[in-house]
Design a protein around this ligand. Structure first.
Ligand code: HEC
Length: 109
């Protein structure tokens, strides 16, 4: 029993240490900007509505990863045509705000 408690404590310490990774950008503004993305990224099961193809899970994703992915679409380093069109319309501030909003979402799996 004591051993189990130690494991639980260790895990919660880990979770607490991992939490503040999103501490940049404004998640409330990000939620507003992200509204246009929900047509593809807001659907349960991560299929867009029509035509149904899979989109990656981005809710609960790491802040730095999201900023890097969106910046890569914006600059063209990452060249998926659909997401390039999305990325091009975002400012650096939009990207940071969206990333902080998404990083705060619960990971669904
Ligand atoms: C028309 C559908 C569509 C819309 C609208 C859309 N996305 Fe995407 N998104 C996709 C698809 C498809 C991919 C996978 C692209 C790839 O394989 O590179 C993707 C990938 C991504 C990724 C990379 C995920 C990863 O795991 O690397 C991010 C981040 C993302 N989208 C954010 C956004 C944001 C933010 C918006 C709104 C500004 C948005 N998307 C709007 C379809 C869409």
């Amino acid at each position: 029993m004591r051993q189990l408690t130690a494991v639980v404590l260790a895990l919660s310490a880990f979770a607490a240490a991992a939490a503040p990774a999103y501490a940049k950008g404004d998640p409330e503004r990000g939620e507003v900007v992200f509204y246009t993305c929900t047509g593809c990224h807001g659907i349960a099961g991560y299929f867009n509505s029509y035509p149904s193809y899979r989109v990656p899970k981005i809710g609960g994703q790491n802040y730095e990863y999201l900023v890097a992915a969106l910046t890569a679409y914006q600059s063209g380093t990452r060249s998926h045509p659909t997401m390039r069109a999305q990325g091009e319309s975002l400012s650096a501030q939009d990207i940071e705000d969206i990333a902080s909003f998404l990083a705060l979402q619960k990971k669904a799996d």
